[in-house]
Design a protein around this ligand. Structure first.
Ligand code: DX5
Ligand code: ZN
Length: 237
């Protein structure tokens, strides 16, 4: 079983106290800090750029997992890495020359990932899977925090885990959007091993650390990936 990692998404944090929130997530036991970059073109929202990544870098020793929801992401990879990104993920839907972009990310000695929207079929990843360190399976349509988890994505996660295992690849599956105490265990059971969570970590009562712990403990101890199990659960949901 791959180690389970928790990646708080700062999109749901208090931006007026961003450094402190990143520090709190780090001390609270997070494995990565997930940073959502939006350009108002690829997704209908704007967030932040390299200047913010650089500003929060001193507040955490954890890897920064930068999720680029932008068009032509290759234009900004260098700036984000220089600002402190350790893992850079681009969208399959945003890259005409995806293999070249992944190569470009690797040229900066950081991990490369590819994200896939709910409506994009997994077949789009077949030829790139062997070249990436992580796949971000979007479980909402990207652009906003606090949306409802698209339950049909559980089966997609299971199919992706099977694809990775059949090819004997070493690839993380991240899930992103609507991950909470109810959906997290089902994602892990389906084969995800990185839980990205914004609202369920930064909003509501309790400390960030308590919520990270709760998510970690909600996940099952072992990954059982059979698709049949995921399907039957989906039907009764
Ligand atoms: C959505 C972003 C997510 C988002 C998740 O476009 O990629 O990382 O912050 O937020 P929650 O956990 O609130 O759904
Ligand atoms: Zn994200």
């Amino acid at each position: 079983m791959r180690p389970l990692k928790i990646a708080p998404s700062i999109l749901a944090s208090d931006f007026a106290r961003l450094g402190a929130q990143v520090a709190e997530a780090t001390q609270g036991g997070a494995d990565y800090i997930h940073i959502d970059v939006m350009d108002g073109h690829f997704v209908p929202n704007l967030t932040l750029g390299p200047v913010i990544v650089r500003a929060i870098r001193p507040y955490s020793r954890l890897p920064f997992d930068v999720h680029l929801m932008i068009e032509n992401p290759e234009r900004y990879v260098k700036s984000f890495v220089e600002a402190g990104a350790n893992r850079v993920t681009v969208h399959v839907e945003a890259c005409t020359h995806l293999h070249r972009v992944i190569d470009h990310i690797h040229s900066f000695n950081v991990d490369a990932g590819v994200a896939i929207n709910p409506a994009t079929p997994l077949v789009m990843l077949e030829e790139i899977l062997a070249f990436v360190q992580q796949v971000n399976v979007m479980t909402v349509n990207p652009g906003f925090g606090g949306q409802v988890f698209v339950i049909e994505m559980l089966e997609k996660i299971a199919r992706l885990r099977a694809m990775i295992e059949t090819r004997q690849l070493d690839v993380d599956i991240e899930v992103d959007g609507g991950v909470d105490l109810e959906t997290a265990p089902r994602c892990v059971e389906a084969g995800a091993n990185v839980l990205i969570a914004g609202t369920s970590i930064f909003a509501g009562d309790g400390t960030i650390g308590e919520k990270i712990d709760a998510l970690r403990h909600a996940a099952p101890k072992t990954q059982r990936a059979p698709m049949a199990r995921v399907r039957s659960k989906t039907k009764t949901a």
